[in-house]
Design a protein around this ligand. Structure first.
Ligand SMILES: O=C(O)CCC(=O)C(=O)O
Length: 168
């Protein structure tokens, strides 16, 4: 697909992304997709994860930042359909100016209620066993977010400072 003709990511968005290191993109998912994802996540949280990798319960202090679950696409075909959404893949491919993209993992980051702690500033790449400079994350909030309840924030241009050590 030609980026200039894409309804998802045009040249202006690619330029913004390359300049700033992030991009707000609302066109990939419908509100029904987000609602469906939220319902699926709520169902897994209540019934327990069976095939995904659960990464909490070992460090009570860190668990206040997140309960983390990885590769949730293994839980069900319904969840897999969202993670492998062709529109997300196409947006990632265009933004990274790549021929194709591969999924490293999906990653649920669940802020526990009441006593949760903020996420510290960090880069994602130092946590991943890869060297790909074009690698990117797609952050999908499953509820309305703003500065008070923890929306994601970026430091524009900080992707150009190079790879920093992990923050935790
Ligand atoms: O949601 C957050 O607080 C941080 C998200 C994050 O670190 C990530 O998506 O890599």
């Amino acid at each position: 697909m030609n980026a200039a003709k894409s309804p998802l990511v045009d040249q202006e968005k690619i330029r913004f992304y390359e300049e700033n290191g992030f991009l707000r993109l609302e066109e990939c998912l419908t509100s029904e997709d987000v609602e469906d994802l939220r319902n699926l996540v709520e169902r897994y949280v209540k019934s327990g994860f069976k095939r995904a990798i659960v990464q909490y319960g070992r460090n009570p202090e860190y668990d206040k930042v997140f309960h983390q679950v990885v590769n949730v696409w293994r839980e069900s075909e319904d969840f897999r359909r969202h993670v492998f959404n062709p529109r997300l893949a196409e947006a990632a491919r265009l933004l990274s100016r790549s021929r194709a993209v591969r999924l490293w993992h999906d990653h649920l980051l669940i802020k526990p209620p009441k006593d949760s702690k903020p996420t510290t500033w960090h880069q994602d790449l130092p946590y991943w066993p890869m060297r790909e400079e074009g690698a990117l994350s797609c952050w999908i909030p499953l509820q309305d977010v703003d500065e008070r309840n923890g929306t994601i924030m970026f430091i524009p241009g900080s992707h150009r400072v190079g790879r920093l050590p992990p923050s935790t």
